[in-house]
Design a protein around this ligand. Structure first.
Ligand code: NAP
Length: 288
């Protein structure tokens, strides 16, 4: 029988972490692929972050995920970061490579992978991103890297929408980037190809709220809500009623986890639909 002392250790650090689905995703995946590893969660306060990273090096923790509130500050303590982290300024995955901590962000990659699985090509498309927080940041940058035609950032706090749109414009000068409030007063709705909700509006337990008025868009609109609980948010219900194509956040959730695994294990075959579907079935008990 395997004992814990033989296992490679992975974990999630953040505060809070108790409701995270990451341990379920990663421990299920380790089991599915026969990897002798285990994934824990650790609630870490800001002032202990540097100390815990030193401890991880000493204990040879192989890799870890990072969540709120450490996604940005952790960059100061890492030895290296990937190119997309340099652009978007946030880390959610760290690999310990022989004592060297290297930071990555898999939110955008997980999002793009979920689009690929839906056979959606965003090149030259006009995208309306709702929100300007961590997820909106990662997704907007990944959309820009995919060569979309334009991005409109709409957010409750306009100054944050402006900051994010300035950041994208400075790295991707060829892409048309605008910002607005969630009232969308300056958005030409008929021109939008896809909406991506990256706000937390509609998330459990506030399930009756929608971040925007869904009226006035063109009939081929795609509405992607990255929220995964509930699996059909108010926004998706309204969009479905209008006949738009809808996508929820479960596929992105699984894919960003698989992208972390790819970074940690250095394996490139993690997206096999069979394993993806197995994890989706396991998560059903936690999400629905
Ligand atoms: P975050 O950094 O805290 O950003 C939250 C965003 O929601 C901000 O734009 C904020 O606007 C907006 N917001 C919050 N409450 C609002 C309200 N009452 N009215 C209007 N806007 C409001 O969070 P995040 O990490 O980006 O996560 C955002 C959502 O994405 C969460 O629901 C999270 O569960 C989900 N998510 C899903 C995945 C996945 O894999 N499927 C991955 C990451 C995140 P202000 O700037 O005005 O505060």
């Amino acid at each position: 029988m395997k004992t814990i002392k033989d296992k490679d250790i992975y974990c999630l650090i953040g505060n809070p972490v108790s409701k995270s689905l990451s341990p379920t995703i990663h421990n299920s995946y380790f089991e599915l692929i026969g990897e002798n590893s285990i994934y824990f969660t650790f609630e870490i306060k800001e002032e202990k972050l540097e100390l815990i990273l030193e401890a991880f090096k000493i204990l040879n923790v192989k890799g870890f995920n990072v969540t709120i509130p450490h996604k940005i500050t952790i960059i100061n303590y890492l030895d290296e970061v990937s190119e997309d982290v340099k652009v978007l300024g946030a880390v959610n995955t760290v690999r310990n490579l022989n004592g060297k901590l290297i930071g990555f962000n898999t939110d955008g990659k997980g999002f793009l992978k979920s689009l690929e699985m839906e056979k959606i090509d965003v090149k030259d498309k006009k995208i309306l991103v709702l929100g300007a927080g961590g997820a909106a940041n990662a997704i907007s940058v990944s959309l820009a890297m995919e060569g979309v035609k334009s991005i409109i950032i709409a957010n409750r706090t306009i100054s944050k929408a402006e900051t994010l749109s300035d950041r994208i414009s400075s790295y991707f000068p060829k892409i048309e980037v605008k910002y607005d409030s969630l009232k969308l007063e300056n958005v030409k709705k008929k021109e939008v190809d896809m909406i991506v909700n990256c706000t937390s509006v509609g998330m459990y337990p506030n399930q009756t709220e929608s971040p925007i008025d869904i009226e006035g868009f063109q009939k081929n609109l795609i509405v992607y809500d990255i929220i995964y609980k509930p699996k059909k948010t108010r926004l998706l219900q309204l969009a479905e009623f209008k006949g738009y194509k809808t996508i929820n956040g479960i596929s992105m959730l699984i894919n960003q986890g698989l992208c972390s695994q790819e970074i940690w294990l250095g394996k490139k075959d993690l997206f096999f639909l069979e394993n993806f579907e197995k994890i989706r079935r396991i998560l059903k008990n936690y999400i629905e």
